[in-house]
Design a binder for this molecule. Structure first.
Ligand SMILES: NC(=O)c1ccc[n+]([C@@H]2O[C@H](COP(=O)([O-])OP(=O)(O)OC[C@H]3O[C@@H](n4cnc5c(N)ncnc54)[C@H](O)[C@@H]3O)[C@@H](O)[C@H]2O)c1
Length: 344
């Protein structure tokens, strides 16, 4: 039997248990250790919940794994080849730095780090490392967004004239999401998905103009941004709104409307998931999407890359870092109520 890739998961909250669920479905992988300071998470008697149906389905119950109360001890375990970091964003940098120093492959949940300064340092460390690293920007792997990126790049329906993204939910539970210093508010934690996808599709904007207000995290928990690209050069009109200030019970939704020269694509994920394509002289068409969440395709792709012995594409990591620079410019724009130029 082929040797399995030995994985250790740090942090057994909503994302740690989502990742455990996915690893349990990948035959080439064995989760050999988990870490969390909460004993009830380590023994499986307390389980985190996700805000999207299908998240947080994994459990530590039912398989043998070493259990550590601190993620640093897991990193020091010589058995582990891939360290999967699912702790709060404020801890990403220290754990990534330690894991790369020990020669481990690293999967780190999004956003790459709490600040752009930390994210830049991670990129530098990764460039000097022989192992693989992925920032888990899951939208890049989410079927409806993969479809969108493909039609933007191929210009199958002509040039993309405009893209509007929206992401709305009520405030997630837990102390991490109630502390802006740790999570960066909905601005960094939630809205970074759309900011990063926009950066991934169209590159760095010249400037941003954002408005927003504070909420339960103490930071910006509702934001709306114009990403300013040069329209004299046929660049699209791009906007995104993200919030977790909706009243309890509202649920979660994410959506986009992309207008092309020859088609309009509308995507909505709430209780169901629908992508509809409108074209003049055609009946509206429901686009059939691959089944599964972005997390699944993202983790499979990272594991395959490691098993094939391929080095990670540093452009993707660099882009994930720069997306944090855009978020920080959005924050300055909200504070100053002005257009903020990006210089990175
Ligand atoms: N990709 C996505 O769609 C998505 C969704 C939700 C959260 N996230 C990201 O995932 C990360 C974690 O979010 P979450 O919702 O799972 O948070 P969470 O608070 O539910 O879980 C974090 C876990 O880390 C544990 N932890 C804290 N310090 C630790 C240490 N020193 N060693 C080991 N474990 C430690 C905590 O006890 C907790 O169980 C955040 O960066 C968040 O932004 C990504």
């Amino acid at each position: 039997m082929a040797k399995k890739l030995k994985v250790g998961v740090i942090g057994l909250g909503s994302m740690g248990s989502t990742h455990l669920d996915i690893y349990s479905q990948i035959s080439e992988v064995e989760v050999v250790a988990v870490a969390d300071p909460k004993k009830n998470r380590l023994d499986g008697s307390s389980k985190a919940e996700g805000n999207i149906s299908g998240q947080a389905q994994g459990s530590v119950v039912g398989f043998e794994a070493k259990k550590y109360l601190d993620g640093m001890d897991l990193i020091n375990d010589p058995d582990i080849e891939l360290v999967d970091i699912c702790v709060g964003t404020n801890l990403h940098f220290v754990f990534v730095e330690a894991a790369l120093a020990k020669g481990k492959h690293v999967l780190v949940e999004k956003p790459l780090a709490r600040t752009y300064d930390e994210a830049k340092k991670i990129v530098e460390l990764a460039l000097n490392s022989s192992t693989n690293i992925m920032s888990a920007m899951c939208l890049r792997y989410w079927p409806a967004w993969v479809w969108l990126k493909k039609v933007i790049d191929s210009k199958q329906y002509g040039r993309c004239l405009s893209l509007t993204c929206k992401r709305q939910t009520s405030h997630p539970p837990g102390t991490f999401y109630s502390n802006d210093d740790e999570c960066g508010g909905a601005l960094l934690d939630l809205h970074v998905h759309d900011t990063d996808f926009i950066n991934y599709c169209f590159g760095m904007p010249k400037a941003v103009f954002s408005q927003g207000y504070k909420g339960p995290s103490g930071g910006i928990d509702h934001v709306a941004t114009h990403y300013i690209y040069d329209q004299s050069q046929n660049a699209p009109l791009v906007t995104a709104e993200g919030t977790w200030t909706m009243q309890e019970g509202y649920g979660f939704n994410m959506s986009y409307t992309a207008n092309f020269e020859k088609a309009t694509a509308c995507y909505l994920l709430d209780d169901e998931e629908t992508l509809t394509l409108f074209r003049s002289s055609y009946e509206p068409e429901i686009i059939k999407l691959d089944e599964g969440m972005g997390y699944e395709f993202e983790i499979r792709s990272f594991v395959d890359e490691i098993l094939r012995g391929e080095k990670s594409d540093m452009t993707l990591l660099n882009q994930a870092a720069k997306s944090i620079a855009i978020i920080e410019a959005e924050q300055v724009s909200i504070r100053s109520c002005s257009v903020v130029t990006l210089s990175v």
